[in-house]
Design a protein around this ligand. Structure first.
Ligand code: GMT
Length: 376
């Protein structure tokens, strides 16, 4: 039986939007009918699918409202789409506001549908710390029919911070292996002015404070003293002015390449030797998985779900948060020891295949949907 599935997500650049979009695409390829409900078009669709539909949530700027009532309009849109399209499942990515809007939408709709909520991290590790939102997050979790989180660490944090009674299952993130694989983009090295003998270190994020991009730059400055290398900084966000200022006044200025927001990241990973993900909060770390799939060794911090993706001394190293010396030393070790780098790359590719394959993870979500439909 093919299902009609609504997906509610933040479609802009960010791991949760990427996962929601990729999941929708892969479910469509399995024959399900997918209805994205969000404020703007999912950004990584890349092509037209006959069975993927997009329903835009209007935002009302009527002057009487001090703030646009986005959540209510989203709930109303969910009800409209669910009723008209006779949705079987509504998959909300994020408890706040999406799960809560899904629950409101179900009350407004004339058909019954099941609600699956996936927790991605920020809703628990950041918003979950704000007491003014705890009741709403707990309500979103308790009232969903099934709840998943993207790592075991996030499941534990959710029980710690929000104390729900609901069972929360871990369903890891995944990548589209057809996209994230080693590609021939070596020409980019020359185009970026990277010499053949230079190593390439990469960091990809939305440059929020939690990503600790400053540590990336500081670690790279130490790496550069020992190994000829360039640092690719990919992405943009609130910390960018601080980071550019830090780089400009340092001795590594000419060795750091700021690329801003980019698509086709596989081409950048494919010329990289090492990925640094040094966050202070990270429920999973999708960029590490993407890099691993393209044959890049990774170093991450001992934070949240990162050690579930980067296994210490298996496909990379895990270092204490903020320990720039340790991070630099381990980086230099990888970059100077081709056998170690090779071992990490091979282990990473195996891990992508066995733990995070799209086939396996999409199947897990599909099983959850069918279990809910069958228990009706
Ligand atoms: O990391 C971000 O700032 C973006 C955020 C998001 O909402 O997209 O990412 C969260 O979800 C991703 C997909 O599940 C995870 O890979 C990220 O680790 C998680 N971010 C945090 O927990 C800070």
């Amino acid at each position: 039986m093919k299902l009609k599935i609504g997906i509610v997500c933040y479609p802009t650049v960010g791991g949760s939007g990427v996962i929601a979009t990729e999941l929708g695409k892969m479910l469509a390829e399995r024959g399900h009918e997918i209805h994205f409900i969000s404020s703007s078009q999912p950004f990584r669709l890349r092509k037209i699918y006959h069975n993927i539909f997009y329903h835009q949530v209007e935002i009302n700027h009527y002057s009487v409202f001090q703030y646009p009532p986005y959540d209510i309009q989203l709930a109303s849109k969910i009800a409209e789409v669910a009723t008209r399209e006779n949705l079987d499942i509504l998959h909300a990515h994020y408890a706040i506001p999406h799960a809560v809007c899904a629950i409101m939408g179900r009350h407004m709709a004339t058909n019954d549908f099941k609600i699956v909520t996936t927790l991605h991290g920020t809703d628990i590790t950041v918003l979950g710390q704000d007491p003014s939102l705890t009741n709403a997050i707990r309500f979103g979790i308790e009232t969903s029919d099934r709840v998943t989180a993207v790592s075991k660490a996030l499941v534990e944090q959710t029980y710690d911070f929000i104390t729900p009674e609901k069972t929360i299952d871990t369903v890891y993130n995944f990548i589209d292996e057809r996209v994230y694989r080693k590609v021939d983009s070596q020409h980019l090295k020359a185009e970026f002015g990277i010499k053949q003998e230079e190593k390439v270190v990469i960091h990809v994020s939305n440059f929020r404070a939690v990503k600790r991009v400053e540590d990336v730059v500081k670690a790279f400055a130490k790496i550069h003293q020992e190994v000829p290398a360039k640092l690719l900084l990919v992405g943009d966000g609130p910390e960018m002015p601080k980071i550019t200022a830090l780089v400009r006044k340092s001795s590594i200025d000419s060795n750091v390449i700021f690329l801003g927001k980019q698509e086709n990241l596989e081409e950048l990973y494919s010329i990289s030797d090492l990925m640094l993900l040094l966050s202070e909060k990270e429920s999973f770390g999708l960029v590490a998985l993407e890099a691993m799939a393209c044959g890049v060794a990774c170093i991450g911090t001992n934070v949240g779900g990162i050690p579930e993706v980067i296994e210490d001394n298996v496909n990379g190293f895990i270092c204490p948060l903020g320990d720039v010396d340790e991070i630099a030393n381990k980086s230099i070790w990888i970059l100077k020891d081709p056998a170690l780098q090779h071992r990490f790359v091979e282990a990473g590719l195996k891990k992508v295949h066995f733990d995070f394959s799209s086939e396996k993870i999409v199947q897990q979500y599909e099983d959850i949907y069918y279990q809910l439909i069958e228990t009706e």
